[in-house]
Design a protein around this ligand. Sequence first.
Ligand code: TYD
Ligand code: MG
Length: 454
Amino acid sequence: MQKIKTFFQCQSCGYISAKWLGKCPDCGSWNSFAEEKKEAVSRHSSIVSHLGKSEPQPLSAIKGGFEQRTSTGIGELDRVLGGGVVAGSVILVGGDPGIGKSTLLLQALSGMATKGGNVFYVSGEESPEQVKIRAERLSINSGEIILLAETSLEAIIRSASKLSPKAVVVDSIQTVYTEELVSAPGSVSQVRECAAKLMLFAKRSDIPVFLVGHVTKEGAIAGPRVLEHIVDTVLYFEGDRGHSYRILRTVKNRFGSTNEIGIFEMSDSGLLEVENPSELFLLEKPLNVPGSTAVASIEGTRPLMVELQSLVSRTNFGMPRRTTMGVDFNRVNLLVAVLEKQAGLHLGGMDIFVNVVGGLKLIEPAVDLGILSTIASSLRDVPIDARTFMFGEVGLSGEIRAVTLAETRIKEAAKIGFMKGVIPAGNAEKIKYDPGIEIIGVRNVEDCLDAVLA
Ligand code: TYD
Ligand code: MG
């Protein structure tokens, strides 16, 4: 009798050990080992070698460079994909449970089905009735969307080959298993093997495949980082449960830029594209209240005007608190130190709260100037003019440093109706056109506070 070999594999990075370990020596995660069984070594050495195109050949002899793209009917999704779905590509959509992955993909399939031809939705998590209920909310009722509740990979590929649809969605990759392996669905080897087989199917048939991937508490796509290496495109769907905005971000894209984001709003009848995000995020900005300003941020290649708020209040306990939402905690501490040292503000006995409105996360240093100004504004109880916007990086000695894409930021702000921009002097000197609004270049923190708290 053939003996089934077992081994232990880290579920977050794929490290293999003969014995169970408490801590992964490779990626350092705790309690991540699970037992896996494998009878035969996988025959998949690589995807391309299975496509029968592995003969050496000169580059000049290869025709092509042309990729066939299909629109999903959702502009924001097409944009993050680099201009539509590429034939035969595999796209992984990751995100927290309940964020709207199934909704997005059902809407995308419906968009692709309107141009004729079937599309295929495989659910390993929900029954066809549950999918139908969602479709009803989205007012989707197409005979061209074929549903299947199935978790066996072999059965899925069989049906997909027979249907030969325009696109396939597998919701989710963690529920699918291949009969070749005895490990449980969702384990690293299953997820990797299933993804590799679906990749092979996509490349052979030229049918695009969307995979839904769950995200662990730590924020990685559950199971393996290895999944990200296999697929062509990785999209993350993020957002705050408490807010209706959702951001679709490209993490990897073999067929386009990774700098794009798509912005959606979750409504009663599905996800709506947000065409003018800057206006949306500034909608409720209060007028002439201390501690609030608009910052011109860049998300990917796209300018985004966002409201930033700070509240400074006397601490009731010995230790002053610093709380940040949407901006980096350490960055705020650094800016507080700069304000104390370079501008002489007394923030030692103060609680400081900094918040980005709308549940957005702003990671670029260009928002420094906004954080710094709103803290000073709240401390001094002097409002920043509502028609002022700002951007700029702050250095440790209080200097304001130039940032990238200044022109894009200024144009966006002017378009929305801002009248005055407080920006790094390094950027202001390089402006070659007439922005049509007042631009103040600042060199250091004191300049900046003079300009915004006049
Ligand atoms: P879903 O797509 O099921 O999320 P995921 O597949 O990522 O787990 O969406 C779940 C949430 O979205 C759920 O809480 C209900 C909400 N929702 C709406 O607000 N409006 C809608 O039209 C739909 C379909 C869902
Ligand atoms: Mg779902």
